[in-house]
Design a binder for this molecule. Sequence first.
Ligand code: HEM
Length: 435
Amino acid sequence: MSEPGPGITVGPLPPRHPEAGFDEDPLRVLQEGHRRHGPVFRMPVDGVDTVLVGTWPGLGDLFGAERGRLEVLNTPLVHDLFGRALFNLTGDGHGQARRLLRPALSGRALHAYVPALLEVTAPVAARWAQSGGLDLYGAARSATGAMSARVLLGIAPGSAEGAAFAGYFERFVAATGAPAGARRRASGRYWTGRVARRRLHALFARQAAAVGRDGEGSVLARLVPAFEGAPKVAGPLEDHLLALLIAARETTASLVTWCLVELAGNRDQAVLAAADARRALREPGLLLDREELPVLRAVLAETLRLHAPNLLSMREAVCPVTLGGHLVPAGARVAYSPSAGHFDPAVFPEPGTFRPERFLGGEVSASRLWAFGGGAHACLGRPLAELMALAIVTSVLGQGLPYLPDGPPTRIRHRPAKAPVNPLPFTLVRQESGS
Ligand code: HEM
């Protein structure tokens, strides 16, 4: 759909849906909204009237209409902290930046990242196995941070630069929780984050200077030559690196957490996935072969279906646009939920049940999932995200089967990424040989 052409009548504003219960169980409210009103409806989100788009046809419509009509809605805080990072760019600059960044995050580039990732995940998994009990989400965040530092920036695990990076990055991330508008300037967190941003930029420059010595096998090593002489509209490399680091962190930690939560509750699937993991540890190249490790891949797909890390992605209509036959005026806030179509029983029978086997044997394809978004701003790091998640889950299952002594999380938050609210005790149980 697009701007209405001459002689074309547009429908009324999208119907309203009550937001009651959204804070406690947002997916239930979104699904109910789509069940009652179809792919497009209106509802206040955080007190602001928002056009919600979901379901398979709704997202197809949205991504078709997006270019030139909808822009990513980022707050003044996000613009300040991330500068001209990919998700803050529009039009030609955005397209050029994506073209420059993509080769370092997909395709042949991934081959060099496999040993680099396993170099991080093998000792992490061994520590998890030795620990008498740890907080799963905290441990997954820390492992994801170490993987990102290694593979995005070329920082060796356990190095002094790694510790410095972790400290600056935590302060930078904390600043994203400062007030989003003008009041941010009265917030200590905001100013601490601004200092951390400068320190991270200096650290990126040091790593870039080291490229060719110890920066081999990193995204940074590939991006330094790609951005030499790049047009200014494509934005500076250091801002893009901050975008990659933030985009990789909470989402991938969320995916790893829910994958292990589900495997802890589904022993048969865990045993089958562990057999795939042992093969991958013997032959790491299999991590990049989409025809191999079918159970592990199906487990990740089913986790993305049931537990898509991102709840909502925000847009603003920069001109009038019709979505699902409804008029959306310029200036309206629009949001899509990647996972609001993941529970359609016509596509995913028994939608509330963890059934990885639905992705084996042709019942349904993982291409029906929207967890990585779509359209102009679709996740650029998807292949790397999948590789990172496979690497850590493989290393962990190589040590034992996941076990949650207190059971699965009971309180869940959905933003910035889906995660348990409280610490989640977790251990690994060694498998008897042959079991
Ligand atoms: C399980 C892990 C991940 C999930 C579920 C995920 C999901 C998403 C989604 C839904 C979007 C679209 C946002 C929108 O429409 O506004 C997105 C964008 C993006 N993601 Fe990911 N992501 C993941 C991991 C990663 C990783 C590892 C990287 C890079 C290393 C990455 C880099 C990006 C970037 C740069 C964008 C912005 C693209 C643009 O604005 O053009 N993501 N991601």
